[in-house]
Design a protein. Structure first.
Lengths: 235, 278
């Protein structure tokens, strides 16, 4: 497998608070990885740095050996809350927006994902429930032919039945050589599709293990995650 | 990578909604104000002109509203993850955002000219209107305007207004970016207060510059309307005319340089420090 993403000696501070300290992470292509950690552990910040929208950090972030911000943005698809668009924007207009601004956006894939998520082109952003909005965010993100997908807590507002259906179908929507990093609290629901588990704790990458290694030790991924917080009580 | 034209088109379309809403609001306000003025005979002169005068009177307020709302929109775009995720250089985003606001501003001006022309149809088709207008505008009334007005002066005044609009947009961004960057380097508890203080301090400096620019524009336009030339004084002395024209060009150059400096500062801040909100 090729090395897709390299994060070297990454430190990020904001408001005199260290959020990430000397983070090192290597990710290969073709994997599905869970990024786990407590609220405020720095998972979202790490994703924002990887996709080049968080600034003023120390260290290096390389995608296929290239550290340029534009290259990273062009090849990484990250879920976005769409707050930059007005509530009156229709789903169909958002599709056009993505089509024009992301050259790797595949409209036919979006149409399939849109009907899978039961979204209509006439629906306005302001009319969508939290769950529906998250479904739209996932559909838009996975419709890009990116090398790396960053899904930041994508299922938190989605009902359990739809969540299960979406998680089980994620493998269908990704190409063999692309990688997905999912940050989520619903550990037990995503375990079946995971290849690797990365945990963020105390501003650092506390562990980076393959899902098979965890299972080989007789633990479920949820048990393993809970064991990291055994002393303090997991969330 | 996305081209400048793609993002420019998207941003222009995005802000065009604001222009159309403002134009619609101006039509409604203009009609109501016009009828109110007609009913109470608020203006002097021919009643046929009331509707046009009403539209002309409210136009500066809507231009000002556009300036405020489009500036706010510009800052929202810089702070938006949706727009910052677009694979494009930060400098390209800045130029596209800036010029889309200018182009949409010109779009509003075109719509306003249309509104005023339609509202004035009953009156601008009469000879009397033109006679009164010529009389009111001094040398224009004597038919000297087109002998004396230089096309370059007219072009200069348009360029000057665009340069001032750019100055306002980039100055607001500089204040906002600087405030955010400074507050990001301070504890969260006081970051909002520091942002507020930085914004207030920089706004005061900006306002002083703006007031000076305002008086310059006012003098220049007054000179243009009364004398048919783009002057800051009404002197007819050839030497003074030459020197005043040169000073106008120098002022334009000065504003252009200030714009460039602020744009360069904004690019650095956007590139290195200013982050989109989560």
């Amino acid at each position: 497998m090729n090395k897709l993403l390299e994060v070297k000696g990454l430190t990020y501070k904001k408001n005199l608070r260290t959020i990430l300290k000397d983070v090192n992470l290597d990710v290969e292509s073709g994997k599905i990885i869970a990024l786990l950690g407590e609220n405020g552990a720095g998972k979202t910040t790490l994703m924002r740095i990887i996709v080049a929208i968080a600034k003023h950090y120390q260290g290096k972030v390389l995608l296929n050996g290239d550290g340029s911000e534009v290259y990273r943005k062009a090849n990484i698809a990250m879920t976005d809350n769409l707050k930059g668009l007005s509530d009156s924007t229709k789903v169909g207009e958002i599709e056009e927006f993505y089509q024009k601004l992301f050259v790797d956006f595949d409209s036919s894939k979006f149409e399939q994902l849109r009907s899978f998520m039961k979204l209509s082109n006439d629906m306005k952003l302001g009319q969508l429930s939290r769950g529906m909005r998250e479904k739209l965010e996932i559909a838009l993100t996975l419709s890009r032919e990116a090398k790396l997908y960053l899904l930041d807590e994508p299922f938190s507002g989605i009902d359990p039945m739809s969540r299960k259906r979406i998680i089980n179908s994620i493998l269908l929507w990704k190409s063999a050589d692309s990688t997905i990093i999912i940050s989520d609290h619903f550990v037990n629901e995503i375990t079946t599709i995971l290849d690797e588990v990365v945990t963020v704790k105390d501003k650092k990458i506390a562990s980076h293990l393959s899902a098979d290694d965890i299972r080989a030790k007789g633990h479920s991924i949820e048990e393993y995650y809970e064991s990291l917080y055994a002393d303090e009580g997991a969330e | 990578m996305v081209t400048f034209s793609s993002i420019f088109k998207e941003l222009t379309q995005n802000k065009a909604r604001l222009v159309r809403r403002l134009a619609f609001l101006q039509v409604i306000t203009g009609i109501l104000f016009g009828f109110w003025a007609l009913f109470y005979s608020v203006f002097e002169g021919e009643s046929k002109a009331y509707m046009m005068v009403a539209f002309i009177s409210i136009t500066p307020f809507f231009d000002l509203a556009y300036l405020v709302l489009s500036s706010r929109k510009n800052e929202e775009i810089y702070a938006s993850q949706t727009w910052r995720l677009v694979p494009i250089k930060e400098s390209t985003l800045l130029f596209a955002n800036l010029f889309s606001a200018i182009v949409d501003g010109l779009y509003l001006v075109v719509l306003q000219i249309g509104m005023i022309a339609i509202a004035g149809l009953p009156v601008i088709t009469t000879n009397e209107f033109w006679k009164t207008t010529f009389k009111n505008f001094g040398s224009i009334g004597e038919g000297k305007l087109w002998q004396e007005a230089h096309l370059t002066d007219l072009a200069c005044s348009v360029i000057l207004l665009i340069l001032i609009a750019i100055f306002i947009y980039v100055a607001i961004s500089s204040v906002n970016f600087t405030g955010k960057v400074v507050s990001d380097f301070l504890p969260e508890k006081i970051s909002k207060m520091v942002y507020f203080l930085v914004v207030v301090a920089l706004t005061c400096v900006g306002l002083i510059v703006l007031i000076n620019v305002y008086w310059f524009v006012l003098n220049s336009l007054t000179g243009f309307l009364q004398n048919g030339m783009f002057l800051t004084t009404l002197s007819r002395d050839a030497l003074e005319v030459k020197s005043n024209l040169s000073s106008n060009y120098l002022t334009m150059l000065a504003i252009f340089i200030v714009d460039l400096i602020l744009i360069a500062i904004n690019i650095v801040l956007l590139n290195k420090y200013h982050e989109a909100k989560i």
